[in-house]
Write a protein that binds this ligand. Structure first.
Ligand code: HEC
Ligand code: HEC
Ligand code: HEC
Ligand code: HEC
Ligand code: HEC
Length: 187
């Protein structure tokens, strides 16, 4: 009797495990992004060390504080640029936070002299190619699609190949956006 009951429990237990396993797999399938979204902007196949910046600013560390991209990157008219933040944005916290660290002393000097910090650019489109952030943000393309997992990055590097013609065209074709040459090469 006792062993039979035990057997039944084992079988029930196995059924439950199997059920949970299938359920978890189904959930994972439903949550996985569609294939197309995954390859919309391929990774950068070349070596892409992060450039040495004037200050060791970390996206990972700052975004973990709950800050949003738009606090530091806006998209003013005519919509081309995302821009870099003014030192006053940084000093909102750093008047007090970590003020004795050498990097923050340097930050305070930039702020005092009202200079823009000379950040080294990471992504650049060939001059002369028609590029704007605005059209892409309006179309609902996410920052991460083109710039990768910024929230995980201690140093910013060119992790995607978004500045290449192949990447532009590939995504335009997938999204039925304009792909004629003069979309990006005006005369
Ligand atoms: C607290 C301010 C701040 C926030 C918030 C912030 N950034 Fe930045 N971002 C910077 C600074 C400063 C730089 C320049 C230094 C560097 O490249 O790391 C930068 C550089 C970048 C660059 C490189 C641009 C180039 O071509 O040189 C990208 C891309 C970027 N940020 C994306 C994002 C995204 C996406 C988010 C939100 C998930 C975000 N940032 C949130 C301050 C910020
Ligand atoms: C919302 C508050 C906040 C804002 C805004 C902010 N920071 Fe920070 N920052 C922090 C905190 C918190 C730390 C972690 C301090 C620590 O570890 O002692 C930090 C750390 C740093 C460090 C590393 C300090 C070190 O040497 O350990 C640098 C450099 C830095 N921030 C630069 C910037 C720059 C540049 C900006 C503007 C683009 C900025 N921060 C905006 C809160 C902020
Ligand atoms: C469709 C792809 C795409 C999307 C979406 C995108 N970017 Fe960019 N981003 C680029 C390209 C390409 C460049 C280089 C542009 C150039 O050379 O002027 C760039 C440059 C930048 C720069 C530096 C130059 C500038 O524009 O001032 C920052 C900062 C930046 N992006 C942040 C962001 C943030 C934040 C978001 C989301 C709100 C975002 N990007 C969304 C492709 C994209
Ligand atoms: C992740 C997808 C994606 C990537 C990558 C991408 N685009 Fe786009 N692009 C779009 C979408 C979607 C639109 C909006 C189409 C619409 O509104 O009809 C658009 C619109 C545009 C427009 C405006 C077209 C018009 O006149 O209406 C230009 C110009 C443009 N992209 C250039 C570029 C360039 C240059 C690159 C590469 C440096 C690039 N795009 C990369 C998806 C992308
Ligand atoms: C969606 C945007 C987009 C479209 C559409 C597009 N290109 Fe490009 N093209 C680019 C970008 C971005 C670059 C720069 C690539 C780089 O720096 O690696 C480029 C570079 C080039 C170059 C080499 C650089 C130069 O300007 O001298 C040629 C040639 C070129 N494209 C021709 C064409 C032709 C022909 C078509 C139509 C069949 C076309 N492109 C359509 C975005 C586009």
């Amino acid at each position: 009797m006792g062993t039979r009951k035990g057997m039944l429990l084992v079988i029930l237990g196995q059924a439950l495990v199997a059920f949970l396993f299938i359920d978890a797999r189904l959930a994972a399938q439903q949550m996985a992004p569609p294939q197309a979204a995954k390859s919309m902007v391929p990774e950068n196949p070349s070596e892409h060390p992060a450039p040495v910046q004037p200050l060791p600013y970390s996206h990972k560390r700052h975004l973990a504080l709950g800050l949003e991209c738009k606090m530091c990157h806006t998209n003013p008219e005519p919509g081309k640029l995302m821009t870099f933040p003014d030192t006053t944005k940084c000093m909102q916290c750093h008047v007090a936070v970590a003020r004795d660290k050498p990097s923050i002393k340097k930050l305070a000097e930039y702020a005092k002299s009202k200079q823009m910090i000379p950040w080294v650019r990471v992504y650049t489109v060939l001059p002369g190619v028609a590029w704007t952030h605005g059209a892409h943000l309006n179309a609902g393309v996410k920052c991460e699609t083109c710039h990768g997992q910024v929230r995980e990055m201690d140093t910013m590097a060119e992790v995607t190949s978004v500045t290449t013609m192949y990447a532009c065209l590939n995504c335009h074709e997938m999204n039925h956006a304009k792909s004629a040459c003069d979309t990006c090469h005006k005369h």
